[in-house]
Structures are given as structure tokens and as C-alpha cells.
Design a protein around this ligand. Structure first.
Ligand code: SF4
Length: 380
């Protein structure tokens, strides 16, 4: 894993491609790493080790040094290394000796000032350069399609190998084991280079200089400036200033416009509230707001003492409950879980929700609705 940080990092490229001035604006803010960052680093270390071992390289087992090592991480690293080896086996069908490179520093500074990153794995076979990236996160399902981080890595890989091998296409794969997600995007080398020259390079120059237009979107959630950014506030406050003109009832078009903005508005207002609270906790006095104690519920001062007291009084203090799917998977390990409980696992239908029409999930039509989804009438 890289220890330095590029000004225009590949991992934040989706943000600065959409909002170039965010890069320099963010320099005024501390970019706090999430509590999951170390867990991700540990997972990558283990993946690197497993893959090197599978390839036959002489490596030392890092497990004892990993802070967040657990059964789930072990299974994920194993499945990542197995996946890569399967890709290599596929490559061997057309190429005698495909090249496999683990944890390679990739320099794409030809297109992005000081741009570099680390590719988890590269496989080079006849005509095809594969870039594989392991994502240990659970929160967001990562899509490889037109993923600028992967495209930056691919450009860095081309810098290294395009002159040596005859590469015609580039295949980018996200392997996200905890979401059982394998997402692949393949494009011709020429298409990638055209994007680099026509889109990436000009916008990277703007971003590096702190120029360009502010643009709000989903990427704001990762921006260090998100709590104080005026462009984001203006964008979200537009909805609050919505002019509700007569007639008294909103039109369908107006309702659709509001639905499209409301998620961003909620996430922005929550960010602002968290930020203001953090400042208050560090001593800031707001003019019209104050810190108070929230409501609290009763709890035991010591679980063991409580259990002992209840047992002594002749009662059973425990309620034996079946572990949930996640806790049970953790207890048994993924493989044992599937062996023992595979046939008992069902996936109930998800709660219906209204999303943007660009969402990849198939639309549910009202005629297909099961009884469970039918809206209740007032009489019910
Ligand atoms: S919060 Fe959003 S709009 Fe503001 S600088 Fe960051 S990415 Fe750009």
C-alpha cells in the first residue's frame, strides 16, 4: 500500500473529475481516514500474501501483525487469490506464459500531475492487460464500468507494459468479496487513451490549478470540504427555497423533481448537523444553538453482577437466541456456514423503494406485485 498521497489520487478521481476545484478547496481540511481504513489495509496485506503464495513466491505470513484479522478476512483473501489464479488459468488458454504482477506502483503522471497509485494485481496475456482491484468495503457496491480509478490504474499499467507487450484491450475488474461482487469493464486500448487525452488530462490540469466549475453529486460524500462547501449548500438549499406556487397541490413533475433531490438534501443536512456538533464539542459556542444531554434509557452497571444476582434469586437471566446470519457466518466460517445451513437460507424480497430510473435494478411493475407489497387501504 502506498504511504504517500498524490494530490490528485486515483481513488478520489471520480470526485475531482466531476468537481475539479474540490482538490485545492479540500487542502484546507483534514482528510480524516475512516475507522475502516486499517481494516482495508490489513485485508490487502493478506490478499497480497495469499496471491504471492499461490504464485509460488517466497513470502512471509503477515497474519500475526494484522490488527483486524478474522475468519472473514481469511476467507476473502483466499477467494481473491483463487479468483486471480482462475483469471491466470483462463489467460493460459491463449498465452503460454501470462505475466502476473502483484502490488505494482502505477504512474499515470503523463495525464494527471504527479498521478500514481498501486494496482493490486496485473495479468498480462496475449493482447489483453488485466487490472484487478480488491475492495474490502461493504458499504458501497463498486462498479468497474467507466470507473476512473481503474482507468487511471490501467493507464499506469500501459505506461509500464505497452512498449513490451502487444496490448490491444484493457480489462478492469473489481473484486469485492464481502458483497459477492465481481464487476468487469473491458475497452480497447485506443478508447482508454482517447479518454485519457480528451477527458482526464484536461480536467486534471484544471483540478491541479484549483480551477474549473464546482459540481455537486454523489461524490460530495467523500469530499473533505463537504461540510463547509458553499456550492454544495447552494445546491441543496435550492430545494428548500422551492417556490410552491398555486395551485395548492404539487404536480407530478414537481414531486419527481423533489424526489430526485431529497437524498442529497438529507445527506447534506446530516453532514452539517454532525459538523456543527463536532465543533460544539470542541468548544465552539453557537449563537442560537446549545449542547444538551439527549434522552437516555436505563441500563445495567455490570452485566455479570446482574446475572449473578438474578441467578441467586432463583431466576434465569438469559434469553437464548439464535445467532443472526452475519454472526453465524462469522462463528462457523463461510464454507462451514454454506455446508451446514445453505439449504436453510432464504432471501426475502426487499422492501420496495423508489429510485432514479438510471438504477440498474429491474423495475417492479404494479401488476407483478405480490400481496405482501400491496398498499394497505385505510380500512385495513
Ligand atoms: S463538497 Fe461537492 S461541490 Fe463542494 S467541493 Fe466537494 S465535491 Fe465539490
Amino acid at each position: 500500500m502506498p504511504t504517500q498521497h498524490a494530490v490528485l489520487s486515483a481513488s478520489s478521481s471520480n470526485r475531482w473529475i466531476h468537481c475539479p476545484p474540490s482538490v485545492r478547496l479540500s487542502e484546507h481540511f483534514e482528510n480524516k481516514s475512516s475507522p475502516y481504513a486499517q481494516q482495508g489495509t490489513d485485508a490487502h496485506t493478506l490478499c497480497e500474501y495469499k496471491l504471492n503464495k499461490f504464485i509460488g513466491n517466497d513470502v512471509t505470513d503477515p497474519t500475526s501483525t494484522l490488527e483486524f484479522y478474522d475468519e472473514e478476512m481469511e476467507q476473502c483473501a483466499e477467494s481473491y487469490a483463487t479468483f486471480v489464479m482462475e483469471e491466470v488459468a483462463k489467460a493460459k488458454q491463449t498465452t503460454v506464459d501470462p505475466i502476473v504482477i502483484v502490488e505494482q506502483r502505477l504512474d499515470f503522471s503523463r495525464y494527471v500531475p504527479d498521478g500514481f497509485g498501486t494496482g493490486d494485481c496485473l495479468v498480462i496475456a496475449d493482447g489483453t492487460l488485466s487490472v484487478i482491484d480488491m475492495k474490502y468495503g461493504l458499504g458501497i457496491l463498486v462498479d468497474a464500468y467507466q470507473n476512473p480509478q481503474m482507468m487511471c490504474y490501467a493507464l499506469g499499467a500501459l505506461e509500464l507494459f505497452d512498449g513490451i507487450y502487444d496490448i490491444q484491450e484493457v480489462k478492469m475488474t473489481i473484486f469485492q468479496p464481502r458483497r459477492e461482487n465481481v464487476s468487469t469493464y473491458t475497452l480497447l486500448k485506443e478508447e482508454l487513451l482517447q479518454w485519457a487525452n480528451d477527458v482526464l488530462s484536461p480536467v486534471a490540469d484544471l483540478a491541479f490549478k484549483g480551477e474549473g466549475e464546482y459540481q455537486c453529486g454523489k461524490w460530495c460524500q467523500w469530499c473533505p470540504a463537504k461540510n463547509s462547501c458553499r456550492a454544495r449548500a447552494d445546491h441543496n438549499l435550492k430545494l428548500a427555497q422551492y417556490e410552491f406556487k398555486p395551485p395548492e397541490l404539487l404536480s407530478d413533475d414537481e414531486i419527481e423533481e423533489i424526489i430526485g433531490k431529497v437524498d442529497d438534501l438529507v445527506s447534506w443536512s446530516n453532514d452539517i448537523k454532525d459538523y456543527a456538533l463536532k465543533l460544539a464539542l470542541s468548544g465552539k459556542q453557537w449563537t442560537h444553538h446549545k449542547l444538551v444531554e439527549g434522552r437516555s434509557t436505563r441500563k445495567y452497571s455490570n452485566d455479570n453482577d446482574v446475572a449473578a444476582a438474578v441467578i441467586k434469586a432463583g431466576f434465569d437471566p438469559y434469553d437464548k437466541k439464535l445467532l443472526g446470519v452475519t454472526a453465524m457466518t462469522k462463528a462457523l466460517g463461510k464454507q462451514k456456514f454454506n455446508e451446514i445451513l445453505g439449504e436453510y437460507i432464504v432471501k426475502p424480497k426487499g422492501k420496495l423503494t423508489l429510485v432514479d430510473s438510471s438504477d440498474k435494478r429491474q423495475a417492479v411493475t404494479v401488476n407483478n406485485l405480490n400481496e405482501e407489497f400491496k398498499p394497505l387501504t385505510e380500512e385495513q
